[in-house]
Design a binder for this molecule. Structure first.
Ligand code: ZN
Length: 266
């Protein structure tokens, strides 16, 4: 816990150690009975994170963002995924709480990227694809923390990953840890930002879904979650719907192929 001198600001050294140094294992001992807020877009990663949180926390709320993304269809997938998740496990159904949506139209107004504009997806300067929306995850997590603050929720879960990703710097573990410190200092809370996929590649994310909810959850995520940056739902592949060509589709397809080759009793 952060130390407080009477009536003074939190002791920075102590709060830094508490907020920055809290390992996932240490945090695990404190999660039973707590509520979590899961960043839930309707994609493969966030659907897996939702199941992960439902196995870990007493109550789970979800938060999606409408920011003018071309793949806004993924927001429509959320209700279907939530219905499916409830059907898989009555315990999960009992623990699911409110589903929040926040509109952030400002994000598309200030970013000129292939995620929010009708332009081709290609590699840009610095090795980043032009799907990069600067600071998107910083903004998402900050809004999530503000909502969590208001609702008295301590745990925030996001699908950020730096193992099998497009190089977005705001997905990196160090970025998320630094933001956790900033949020806790700025809001005088002890939020824990959980990123269960950070060190998993896409195949391992499918395997995690299998561990959490078996073939039923894998099939639900495969058929009902949305990943494609172009927002295409028309073309069916064995890994799900999508254009099959954008970076997100290629990552998902490769991960599914690797997972399908594993012996996990599908
Ligand atoms: Zn695609």
């Amino acid at each position: 816990m952060a130390c407080y001198a009477a009536g003074r600001r939190p002791c920075l050294a102590q709060s830094w150690r508490t907020m920055y140094g809290l390992s996932m294992n240490e945090a695990a001992h404190e999660t039973r009975g707590d509520t979590a807020l899961v960043l839930f877009s309707g994609g493969q990663d966030s659907a897996t994170c939702l199941a992960w949180a439902l196995n870990r926390f007493a109550r789970v709320e979800t938060l999606g963002f409408d920011y003018g993304q071309r793949h806004a269809v993924e927001l429509d997938c959320r209700a279907t995924l939530i219905d499916g998740i409830k059907a898989i496990d009555p315990g999960w159904a009992a623990r699911l709480g409110e589903a929040h949506t926040l509109a952030i139209p400002t994000l598309s107004a200030i970013s000129d990227t292939a995620l929010t504009r009708e332009v081709a997806i290609e590699m840009g300067e610095g090795g980043l694809p032009n799907t990069f929306v600067p600071g998107r995850n910083l903004i998402f997590l900050t809004f999530a923390a503000a909502l969590a603050y208001r609702r008295g929720v301590r745990h925030i879960v996001g699908g950020m990953c730096e193992t099998d990703y497009s190089g977005y710097p705001d997905c990196r573990d160090d970025t998320v840890k630094a933001l956790q410190v900033a949020l806790n200092l700025g809001m005088v809370r002890d939020f824990v930002l959980h990123t269960p996929l950070m060190w998993r590649d896409k195949a391992q994310t499918w395997a995690l879904a299998h561990d959490l909810g078996g073939t039923a959850l894998v099939d639900l995520i495969r058929t009902q979650s949305h990943t494609c940056y172009l927002g295409e739902r028309g073309a069916w592949h064995d890994w799900g719907f999508g254009c099959g060509e954008c970076p997100a589709c290629r990552l998902r397809a490769r991960g599914w192929g690797q997972f399908a080759a594993m012996d996990v009793g599908q």
